[in-house]
Design a protein around this ligand. Structure first.
Ligand code: ZN
Length: 123
């Protein structure tokens, strides 16, 4: 549960962190573009090519979150709180998103629902 919650928190924060890093880099680049134009060009090229490892890292974080969630779901435990997942159809969540199955196992403790691939589903 704790590793899942840590990875999920990092996944929630990571895109905003990368966005603010890019905004900061744009500000620094704008500040130095008139003083040192080559440094601004290097900063621009770095920013463009840094998107590739940033995206790969985000995909790896998402995959690790889904892996941890699937392993907890296999044990009929909620990845968020460790409580038992509902198995009877009356206590499962009905997903409102078309991309996920119509019925997902729902936690009896915190109410979180997960799809079969480990994605947390909004219900
Ligand atoms: Zn739960």
């Amino acid at each position: 549960m704790l590793p899942y919650r840590i990875v999920r928190w990092i996944n929630d924060v990571y895109p905003v962190l990368v966005l603010f890093l890019y905004i900061g880099l744009a500000g620094v680049t704008f500040a130095i573009c008139f003083l040192m134009p080559p440094a601004a060009i290097i900063s621009l090229i770095f920013a463009i090519f840094a998107l590739i490892p940033a995206t790969v890292a985000w995909k790896l974080l998402k995959a690790s979150e889904h892996f941890l969630a699937r392993s907890a779901i296999r044990d009929d435990r909620c990845p968020e709180c460790g409580y038992e997942l509902a198995q009877d159809p009356d206590r499962t969540a009905v997903a409102s998103n078309d991309d996920v199955p119509a019925v997902c196992p729902c936690c009896l403790g915190c109410g979180a629902a997960f799809s079969a691939d480990g994605t947390r589903v909004a219900i």
